[in-house]
Design a protein around this ligand. Structure first.
Ligand code: RIB
Ligand code: CA
Length: 308
């Protein structure tokens, strides 16, 4: 059993990751924490609560920061994820309320209750995780490890020729997370753009899980259209679910180990660079996915009918 806190900017592929995490019986979703990126944080919190309610899951949701650490905030990626993060899909306003604690406090206290047991899987900008490190430095010892969906090492970026969106949205936070003394793995565009799903992969969910499946398929349609318009493919990249699957089954990814630093500003802002020149500790970098096995695991659990 893998226990995770998912730090997320929900987001369509974040929704795929959240539903996958809820549906896989080998995974314990201990909590969701929200951050800006694909959406404003307030929309992300609303989406996370509404997704939990739709799925009938009593998982705590703690709201995170609304702004990056240093740089001005980039606008939300509404052309990728829709105005409020779920494409053109709409969910009723959730009845549940967020956990009263800010995300960084929720993360630190939850890790502290089960030291060494919980993986942080961060699939949005790393601001909450950096704040958790700044306010609660003991989390380098209480977290089992950290898996980051973000960055691009040997492949171009997706918001600039150099930068991947999550790192670009807060490179200063990424620098803090990647240079801390803990076990960090990077699941970046090098692998996530090579793991792709088609509309047919999501269709069975319409009958196996009618409520969540209807929402998932409607939201995914917007995401597929974005990929068709910009990449010419009738498929989508499986960014955020891949980070969870790495946390569960790292052997499905080939990796290298190297220190990573961030370009903090200029044309290359948000670029992740292999850089052994300083004293940054090495991190694990995914460079080659076992694509079929990763995709198969995702589809199997998403369509298993565990969700309503
Ligand atoms: O670059 C892909 C990442 O940016 C994914 O996490 C996506 O949801 C967006 O946050
Ligand atoms: Ca995301």
């Amino acid at each position: 059993m893998t226990a995770i806190i998912l730090d997320t900017d929900p987001g369509i592929d974040d929704t795929m990751a959240i539903f996958y995490a809820m549906a896989d019986p080998n995974l314990e979703l201990v909590g969701l924490t929200t951050v800006f990126g694909n959406v404003f944080t307030s929309d992300g919190t609303r989406n996370a609560l509404a997704l939990c309610e739709l799925a009938g899951q009593d998982i705590p949701v703690a709201e995170g920061t609304h702004v990056p650490l240093v740089q001005p905030q980039h606008p939300p990626a509404d052309f990728v994820h829709g105005k409020h993060g779920l494409g053109n899909a709409r969910l009723p306003g959730p009845n549940r309320k967020p956990d009263p604690r800010p995300a960084h406090q929720f993360i630190a206290e939850t890790l502290g209750e089960r030291p060494g047991e919980i993986t942080i899987v961060a699939v949005g900008p790393l601001t909450n995780i950096a704040l958790a490190l700044q306010h609660h430095p003991e989390i380098t010892k209480t977290a089992k490890n950290v898996v980051v969906m973000g960055g691009a090492i040997r492949t171009p970026g997706n918001v600039s020729p150099y930068a991947e969106a999550n790192i670009w949205n807060d490179p200063h936070a990424a620098e803090i997370v990647f240079s801390a003394d803990w076990d960090v793995s990077m699941v970046g565009l090098d692998v996530t753009e090579r793991i792709q799903c088609t509309p047919e992969d999501f269709a069975p969910m319409l009958t196996s899980s009618p409520n969540c499946g209807a929402l998932m398929n409607e939201a995914a349609a917007f995401y597929f259209q974005f990929h068709l318009d910009t990449k010419g493919i009738n498929a989508c990249f499986l960014h955020d679910p891949s980070a969870i699957i790495y946390a569960q089954q790292p052997e499905l990814f080939e990796t290298v180990t190297a220190p990573i630093t961030m370009r903090l500003d200029g044309d290359e802002a948000g670029r992740t660079v292999e850089d052994a020149s300083g004293d940054t500790p090495p991190v694990t970098i995914c460079i080659e996915p076992k694509t079929d096995a990763i995709r198969a695991r995702f589809i199997k659990h998403l369509n298993s009918g565990v969700l309503p």
